[in-house]
Design a binder for this molecule. Structure first.
Ligand SMILES: [Zn+2]
Ligand SMILES: [Zn+2]
Length: 169
């Protein structure tokens, strides 16, 4: 037993032990600072509020390792970029839905660039006789190719009481 304690004492007292202890402390310190930096980098990508980012970094700094662990558990699941992208997608989907209209005769959903309803065959708009692009009902000429179109009274397309276009000839 005395022999064992003597060995332990000689290890603790030796200069190698002190060097090993310094190196270990240094490594732990570097890891701690790296985790603080990681918390800052990660929080900036996930959190919009600079105060909450500051609190996260401070927690990670004041409570080594534990603070970072708590942050990793409580942090928002999504990146801000992903949230913004999803918002944009939602908005464009809403716009697409708004641009759809109902056919006045059968009620089926039709796109604004449809010339006729694919369900009931009702004519909704005219296509330019020259370039075949869809024309708005109130246009006097085709803005794409310059073809003059004369307005003729025909069954109203869509909900508003408008005229259907036909060639000026
Ligand atoms: Zn229809
Ligand atoms: Zn045209």
């Amino acid at each position: 037993m005395d022999n064992l304690f003597g060995t332990i004492n000689s290890i603790i007292g030796s200069p190698y032990w002190m060097v090993a202890l310094y190196i270990f402390t240094f490594c732990v310190g570097v890891l701690w600072l790296a985790l603080v930096f990681w918390t800052f980098k990660d929080a900036r990508k996930r959190i919009d509020d600079p105060i909450i980012i500051g609190v996260s970094v401070l927690t990670s700094l004041v409570l080594p390792f534990m603070g970072t662990l708590v942050y990793a558990i409580l942090r928002p699941a999504e990146y801000l970029d992903e949230v913004r992208e999803r918002d944009l997608e939602m908005r464009s989907m809403e716009q697409e839905l708004q641009s759809l209209r109902a056919c006045p005769s059968c009620g089926e959903v039709v796109r604004p660039d449809f010339v006729a309803c694919p369900t009931c065959r009702r004519q909704l708009r005219m296509a330019c006789p020259n370039c075949d692009r869809v024309l708005e009902p109130n246009w006097k000429l085709c803005p794409y190719c310059g073809q003059d179109v004369k307005v003729k009274r025909v069954p109203p397309p869509f909900d508003e009481p408008t005229e259907l276009l036909t060639t000026g000839r």
